[in-house]
Write a protein that binds this ligand. Sequence first.
Ligand code: UD1
Ligand code: MG
Length: 464
Amino acid sequence: MQTFSIILAAGMGKRMQSKLYKMLHPVGGKPMVGHVLDLLEQMNATRNVAIVGHGAEDIQAYIGDRAECVLQEEQLGTGHAVMQAGPLLENEEGTTIVICGDTPLISQETLGRMVEMHREHGAAATIMTAVMDDPHGYGRVIRDADGFVTGIVEQKDCSEEQRRIREINAGTYVFDNRKLFEALAKVTNHNVQNEYYLTDVFGILKAEGETIVGYCTPDPDEAVGINDRVLLAEAERLMNQRKLLELMRSGVTIQDPSSTYVEKDVQIGADTTLLPGSVLKGATVIGSDCVIGPYTELTDTRIGDRVVVRQSVLEEAVVGSGTSVGPFAYMRPGAETGENVKVGDFVEIKNAKLGDGTKVSHLSYVGDAVVGKDVNVGCGAITVNYDGFVKHRTEVGNGAFIGSNVNLIAPVKIGDGAYVVAGSTITDPVGEGDMAIARERQTTKPGYANVLRAKIQKRSKKEN
Ligand code: UD1
Ligand code: MG
């Protein structure tokens, strides 16, 4: 049997009070609708249809070819939204999943279980429900004496008694495709909000003697629908908690989960430890036996095994195995180290490669450079890569020694094994095995310190 899906993503998300369309608000590191798309891809549907309206252009640009987008020009309710998929789907035989773009926590297991139950019961519709401690804002599930679902009543249309029902509609449904569109044609907008509610379909199907199954998820957290920023923070917390549990179960030590934030797509090897204040984002991948943190932010960064990163910020960086970074290092896009490298305190690396065994221990800037293996970059040495107009490259060969406070004025090349003496400002290439010194010679006048002091004193008395 074929499966189809419809994602409802046309709403404006008024309650978010935001310039950004609700669907594009990130949670767990990606727009909320992105999580729903991930989920539907795992369900292998024949066709995925997204209903877009508010911010259609931006949302469609984000969705790309992951779903066929259909425009809902006026947002007249969730039922009206699903009707927009009619021209694409209404004549198909099969099962249709309808899911809201603002429920990013639903799991593949739950949705898979729902589809199974739906087919086992030969149901016209299966609704995902959850029992919430605070059901405010959600549609309530009405069941008959035998426990069968007879309908959903929206918060705003609830009687006093119905408001006390804690079983809510999670906004995720599985339908017999034909029966869905037939029932939708009968939905009206006679309610408090004058909207065409998708949830009215259940009453219609029930009246026609169809079977409606309510699948109550054992984990009500899955059902959180993000309507405002309070729920956004709640979803973020839950998604993080879920990720941290998964990591801990797979062998990652997390010393203080309450201060650790890891986005969904981050991968971490076993026996790596995350110390408090670790924030790991995007497509970051970390190997085994690493220690990350405390207070470290990694974004889209690849880290090998046995790496230590303390109090540092890394973005689109690559760190080889056995390397130590920080404390207080900043590795920016294109920073890449080989194995067993040291990027020490107050060091910034940008668009630069450091070969195996190289040490940049303190207070350096290395940008737009290729530094070979086993190079020592002394304290305060920097690449002068920018002349106010364009960036220039620096090359440093294997085994070279760059003394403290050296300025390498790019473009410049230092050969293998070369030795650049501390305090030099290097403007010309230094050949392999050569030594370069470029600084003023020192003058020392024996016993002159007190003579100088007396002179200064005399001068300052005169001036006063
Ligand atoms: C909806 C359900 C409610 C359920 C809750 C779960 C209805 C009438 N109510 O309420 O029973 O408990 O979800 O989270 O279905 N949308 C459109 N076009 C529209 C209106 C909405 O595409 O014209 C989309 C929104 O972008 C959103 C989804 O439908 O992704 C749900 O809309 P929302 O306004 O969030 O409905 P809720 O009040 O949360
Ligand atoms: Mg909602």
